[in-house]
Design a binder for this molecule. Structure first.
Ligand SMILES: Nc1ncnc2c1ncn2[C@@H]1O[C@H](COP(=O)(O)OP(=O)(O)O)[C@@H](O)[C@H]1O
Ligand SMILES: [Mg+2]
Length: 348
């Protein structure tokens, strides 16, 4: 993994994902971002299956190792809070003076979240609107995360000798790396190992967020159950077969893959899109898939056929400069790196 420059102006984006630790270092010069180095340390299955708390030491060790191997040149980190740990909601509030906002938001959080408000770290912002006339209310996006989770992450980074300069949601990170600055409504599917995040960005604002506990591991286990094969074998089937096309005589493993996609993911997407249409009276312009399961063969075509919306695989490297000979390697891991690239893009 190459190092292009040794300046100290760069930032590391780090994701402690359920399947792997991912790291990217970007250096900013004159509004351009240059790739410095990157790395992925995959966890073995035992780690994926047990809780983050149990595996704290393992995570610290692999983090140290990957930083070493990638030969990062800075200790400054922006890290992601996994979407599964973050509450995200959009609410409507009457217009009020700024000084009253915090307490109004606290009330809402109290109403919506079954955790004591003083144990939550709460963030909010008002959704910009063009319609200024006769405005009686405003819409506010609230994100809240348990302080305990935040402390857990801070502790891991401290023990890996890193300086945490920012901690934010995976959603915001993906907005930076995947969403165009042009107006438009984008649905992003971050299809990971154990969880899938679904987000609708309307003109860059994350209007709706949903997390479902379905991912690549669910597909693998479904193949294991359908075919009575080992998890390794099931994973090979999953990666080589993907979703069957109409002309295939479907392999039992391909059928098991399609079952998860159709009955768990697509059903969820349809409901989600319908809610967006009902509340916002707008359509989705483009679906963007990211996360490791974006590699599933035939997934964009399949989603496009059912949802009748353009579907593409996100390219998080689009705003980044890098040496041309890295292109094939970077393209191959783009889907896994959307979050970390977005984190490192946060630097001012
Ligand atoms: N070719 C492929 N086909 C289907 N799934 C894949 C493929 N390659 C990787 N995956 C799966 O993608 C998941 C990892 O995705 P990633 O977004 O990195 O997860 P997370 O962020 O949850 O750690 C794993 O379940 C992995 O097995
Ligand atoms: Mg992820």
């Amino acid at each position: 993994m190459p190092i292009f420059k040794r300046k100290k102006t760069s930032i590391l984006g780090i994701e402690l994902g359920s399947s792997a630790i991912k790291v990217v270092e970007l250096e900013k010069t004159n509004q351009h971002f240059q790739l410095v180095t990157y790395g992925i340390a995959k966890h073995d299955r035992a780690v994926i299956e047990s809780s983050a708390q149990l595996n704290k030491q393992h995570r610290i060790d692999s983090l140290r190792r990957i930083l070493n191997e990638a030969r990062v040149t800075t200790h400054k980190v922006v890290a992601a809070l996994p979407a599964i740990n973050v509450f995200h909601t959009t609410i409507e509030l009457p217009l009020m003076p700024d000084k009253d906002m915090d307490s109004a938001i606290h009330w809402e959080v109290k109403r919506l979240i079954p955790l004591p408000v003083d144990k939550m770290s709460i963030d909010w912002h008002i959704i910009p609107t063009n319609n200024q006339t006769e405005k009686k209310s405003m819409r506010v996006i609230i994100t809240a995360a348990p302080k305990e989770i935040i402390n857990h992450y801070m502790e891991i980074f401290k023990q890996a000798n890193l300086q945490l300069v920012g901690l934010e949601t995976e959603i915001n990170a993906m907005r930076r790396s995947l969403i165009s600055e042009q107006p438009g409504n984008y649905l992003v599917i971050d299809f990971g190992a154990t969880n899938t995040n679904i987000v609708i960005f309307a003109d860059q604002v994350p209007m709706m967020v949903r997390n479902v506990e379905i991912g690549g591991e669910t597909i693998t286990m479904n193949i294991v159950n359908a075919m009575q094969v080992t998890t390794d074998r099931a994973e090979q089937f999953r990666n080589s077969l993907g979703i069957p096309t109409k002309d295939d005589a479907p392999h039992p493993a391909a059928r098991a893959i399609q079952f998860v996609i159709d009955s768990m993911i697509i059903k969820e997407l349809e409901r989600f899109i319908q809610t967006f249409k009902n509340t916002e009276h707008k359509n989705i312009d483009q679906v963007i898939i990211t996360g490791g399961c974006a590699h599933l063969k035939n997934l964009p075509e399949h989603l496009e056929k059912i949802l009748k919306i353009n579907v593409s695989i996100g390219n998080p490297w689009q705003k980044i400069q890098y040496a041309q000979d890295l292109e094939p390697d970077l393209a191959a891991i783009g889907s896994e790196m959307a979050v970390v690239i977005g984190l490192a893009l946060k630097q001012k």
